[in-house]
Design a protein around this ligand. Sequence first.
Ligand code: ASP
Ligand code: MG
Length: 418
Amino acid sequence: MSLIVQKYGGTSVGSVERIKNVAQRIAKWRRAGHRMVIVPSAMSGETNRLIALAKDIQPVPDPRELDVVASTGEQVTIGLLAMALKQLGLQAKSYTGHQVRVLTDSAFNKARIIEIEERRIRADLEAGTIVLVAGFQGQDELGNITTLGRGGSDTSAVALAAALRAEECLIYTDVDGVYTTDPRIVPEARRLKSVTFEEMLELSSLGSKVLQIRSVEFAGKYRVRLRVLSSMSEADQPLAVEAASGTLITYEEDTNMEQAVISGIAFSRDEAKITLTRVPDRPGIAYQILGPIAEANIDVDMIIQNTSVDGTTDFSFTVHRNEYAKAMDVLGSKVKNHVAAQALVGDPKICKVSVVGIGMRSHVGIASLTFRTLSEEGINIQMISTSEIKISVVVEDKYMELAVRALHKAFGLEQGAA
Ligand code: ASP
Ligand code: MG
């Protein structure tokens, strides 16, 4: 008998029918003898609705009060799900983040979990009760309600699994796992049976939205066995089949895993590139450019600068497209003249495409195949950055889908190719 944490996304609990269906699924696991902790999201669309209500009253909602409002969606689903389980004759009990005490810091709207008190949950589990914990929410030291950022119930589930040392954390969602790339772009994309935690980190940070990135970081830190699987399958499918479905996130010490060289092609559309041209090449320049950007709370992704032969250098970096205007503003008003740049040029029509795979560490030729593939498609590469397990390129955004398709094919990631 294992302790299992299951998280159900908004679509999975999006209607009364679906909630009843989820209850059937949980009942199947419970009746097989497992101790169950369940973390539901709010019903689909509900968090958006709550945030919109807040914005109708206060265009930039007070962060503390926004969390008071936004956290309520999950309180509804834990209660309804507990009732549905009782209807099936099972013992179930719901808890808000506050009642468990999911202790977080005080960064409203994007709080981080510090600690989870497990005493109550353990006692219920011992008594055979199914425990439902509201996802996405916690409480700071002063008792204020906090939320963990959009998609935060993934992190709630993983944090509970870590605190309770659960056997496995199952993330039920409306897709049946993690794919080699977005199947809407490449219909031949293949579901990965397993992916390493490091690869998953790259795949989530690069815009594959299956898991909140913080949940993946959390899982890595505490080595939580994490599986992403579908809640759309028949609730009464055999437990053994369900338990082996989806995508398992593994760790390198799981040595018996057969590992492909490349596991996927990730992309992110919403990028923008900024360049200061012919900046004098001397110590302090990077700081003088990026310091004010950091002060304005703008996240920078790729940074390219090359020591020049003529004493000047072009300095380029990328930011999220939402922050492009703000970044241009900061540079135009505070930085350009100060660093004596010749020009400030920006391009909000770029995207980033990345080849991700842990096998890159031990295989040569991945970069050259990436570049050859893009060149054969006539796609110009504007920036390149690499890490041990990824190669990212910035290209014009109209070429994004072409680049993803071509790379997916070049690395033999389609169904049946391996
Ligand atoms: N309900 C929250 C959201 O929509 C948390 C979650 O679903 O994970 O962001
Ligand atoms: Mg989600």
